[in-house]
Design a protein around this ligand. Structure first.
Ligand code: PLP
Length: 365
């Protein structure tokens, strides 16, 4: 496939971003979240590099994602956050399930016994995210029940924040308090420590009380901060392509579907081979900038399926074939995922995944 944009993934940036993380988390084990094809960066290459940089465990959403990693020779522990139907995968691939209720624990226990095996599990506590997990009221007694089940080895306890990225930390602190109480009571009942982890990127960077025994970041590893402050993180991915055409047009020309942009002066319009089929959101119509020859240029008119026009009138010596950066850095200018997400009312995560999952990837070491 040779359609539009390419994604350049700078693997060396992971070392830098992990150093930023370790600056606040010390030498706690890192469980690196590589779900959704490593946030659009390519899970196999990214996981290999992250493991080389010293992360202890990988986390994916579904067992299919873990299978891809195992098939490429990755032997590290893999935590599967959400899946529970693919029992066979867990045993065949040696994966660590996140247990979210007693019934599921029971199913894993029976399967382990019938295979004459033990399976390591982590238990999820719903401390306020309201998504999945054991309710706090019965969490300790339920977790003890799970720990006592045949074939099950309870290794970890986890929870997830609902709003660790706000400046008002009161709800996050409330969740921490609940989790902390449960971890202490449970360790006492089981007479042994568990690996307790709760911190996503936002909490890892900003809430010391959230760190527990291990941290579980995604976004920051890829070089993006959940906050205005960037913490010196280095974006891993650049999305770029080349100008398909540069056209000199007189004043008064309508550009693209629906004539939402009209040249007000004699203009140079660049045609960029990226569109909403490539994950470049149609809401960027007249509403985003790209980089050409180190300068910001505005999107002119509606984003099409495969093409988008930009006004390059102010760019000197611009010509067909010039590099266009859609996300990332060119010369001294940078378009950040947070800049794009803010323009269309979403979050950097969605920008990375929309653009990264569809582009042709190349890796820099
Ligand atoms: C996605 C996810 C994370 C990582 O969150 P970031 O905000 O990307 O750091 C951690 N834990 C769970 C359960 C998740 O689903």
């Amino acid at each position: 496939m040779n359609r539009g944009p390419s994604a350049e993934i700078d693997l060396s940036a992971f070392a830098h971003n992990i150093a930023v993380l370790r600056n606040v988390t010390g030498d706690r084990p890192v469980i690196a979240v590589v779900k959704a094809d490593a946030y659009g960066h390519g899970s196999v290459e990214v996981s290999r590099r992250l493991l080389r940089e010293g992360v202890s465990m990988l986390a994916v959403a579904f067992t299919g994602e873990a299978r891809k990693l195992r098939d490429s020779g990755i032997a590290a522990p893999i935590l599967v956050l959400f899946d529970r139907d693919e029992l066979n995968d867990y045993f065949e691939l040696g994966l660590t399930p996140v247990i979210q209720d007693i019934r599921t624990a029971d199913v894993f226990s029976k399967e382990a016994v019938s295979r004459g095996k033990k399976i390591r599990v982590h238990i999820k506590i719903d401390t306020g995210m309201g998504r999945i997990g054991f309710r706090p009221e019965q969490a300790v007694s339920d977790a003890v029940r799970v720990a006592d089940m045949k074939g099950i080895e309870l290794e970890g306890l986890m929870s997830h924040f609902s709003e660790a990225d706000l400046t008002d930390r009161s709800y996050a602190m409330h969740q921490i308090q609940i989790f902390d109480g449960i971890t202490k009571e449970l360790s006492a009942r089981l007479h042994r420590p568990l690996i307790c982890h709760m911190a996503n990127s936002a909490a890892s960077l900003s809430i010391p009380e959230a760190l527990f025994e291990a941290v579980r970041p995604g976004l920051l590893l890829y070089g993006h901060s959940p906050f205005e402050e960037r913490y010196g993180l280095k974006p891993v991915m650049t999305i770029k392509t080349k100008l398909l055409a540069v056209r000199n047009l007189p004043a008064g020309c309508a550009i693209s579907y629906g004539r939402t942009f009209c040249t007000l002066r004699p203009s140079r319009i660049g045609v960029v081979p990226i569109g909403y089929a490539d994950g470049y959101n149609r809401l960027f119509s007249n509403n985003a900038e790209m980089l050409v020859r180190g300068r910001r240029v505005p999107v002119a008119g509606r984003v099409c399926m495969d093409l988008t026009m930009v006004d390059v009138t102010e760019v000197e010596d611009v010509s067909e074939g010039d590099e266009v950066v859609i996300l990332g850095r060119q010369a001294d200018e940078t378009v950040r995922a947070s800049e794009l997400s803010a323009k269309i009312g979403t979050i950097p995560y969605e920008i990375l995944i929309s653009l990264g999952c569809r582009a042709r990837r190349s890796y820099l070491n």
